[in-house]
Design a protein around this ligand. Structure first.
Ligand code: SF4
Length: 265
């Protein structure tokens, strides 16, 4: 019986594959357009459940009209909603970014805070968003950003059997040194978007297929389970009672000879 690989050897294997992916995507970076930590924070809040491409379509107008936390804090909800209405959950997001801007103005002197604890206290900011900002804007992530691509790739590459972002993040934080946390998620996201697609992974074109335990058999690995359809209850005929039942259960009268005779034209 072969012994299970130690944590150290798993980490060494994972780091070797990551180094090869990094060589394939040396420019892997956050694809949300931004010019400041404030813009990055807002864009990341907007990116929940929608694509970076769509967010990048709405943020130029948003940042032109409300360029600072102070200006956005004073914006009318309806105006911001109109600017965001191409992205999913735009009403909730409009509310979140205005309230976020108010808190930045009132509590943080218009600066984006630099700690996870302070960031997750802001409206619409979860651990993932906070770590995007800490990693990209300040180079100091306090965790690994686990989005749908990072989740899928970590499973396909055999780095984890966990299925929730929270647990996968803990595994990745143990496997990789902190200095790689930020680059790790950008690199996996680049590979996931370009090659290791959720439905159709291009294993034949993948630069790490020789080291991937899911190669050429990955379609079922790391994907969200299909939603279960709830079957419609079948209509059950109501039992008939009394005269109505008798009337309906009466056999049909056979057609008379006259009516069944072929017509002459
Ligand atoms: S070999 Fe296939 S499943 Fe593995 S990382 Fe590459 S594309 Fe993804």
């Amino acid at each position: 019986m072969t012994a299970a690989p130690s944590e150290a050897s798993k980490a060494a294997t994972a780091e070797a594959v990551f180094a090869r992916l990094q060589a394939l995507y040396p420019d892997a970076h956050c694809e949300l357009d931004h010019d400041s930590p404030f813009q990055l924070l807002v864009a990341t809040v907007l990116s929940a459940q929608t694509t970076d491409v769509l967010v990048n379509q709405v943020t130029p107008e948003l940042f032109e009209r409300w360029p600072t936390p102070e200006k956005l804090a004073e914006a009318e909800y309806a105006d911001v909603e109109r600017t965001l209405n191409r992205i999913g959950m735009f009403r909730q997001k409009a509310k979140n970014i205005i309230n976020l801007a108010r808190q930045l103005t009132e509590l943080h002197g218009q600066e984006v805070p630099r700690s996870l604890a302070e960031l997750v206290a802001l409206p619409g900011v979860g651990r993932k968003t906070a770590n995007v900002v800490l990693g990209v804007a300040f180079g100091a992530p306090e965790g690994v950003v686990v989005d749908t691509h990072v989740q899928r790739l970590s499973q396909r590459l055999g780095w984890t059997v966990e299925t929730t972002p929270e647990k996968i993040e803990q595994v990745l934080m143990r496997l990789f040194p902190r200095r790689n946390w930020d680059a790790l998620s950008h690199t996996l996201i680049f590979h996931g978007r370009r090659v290791c697609d959720a439905r159709r992974p291009a294993c034949a074109a993948c630069g790490v297929s020789d080291a991937c335990p899911s190669a050429f058999n990955a379609e079922g690995v790391g994907r969200k389970p299909p939603r279960k359809r709830v079957a419609e209850p079948k209509a059950v005929a109501k039992p008939q009672r009394g005269a109505a039942a008798k009337k309906r259960s009466k056999p049909p009268t056979p057609p008379s000879k006259a009516s069944s005779a072929p017509r002459r034209s």
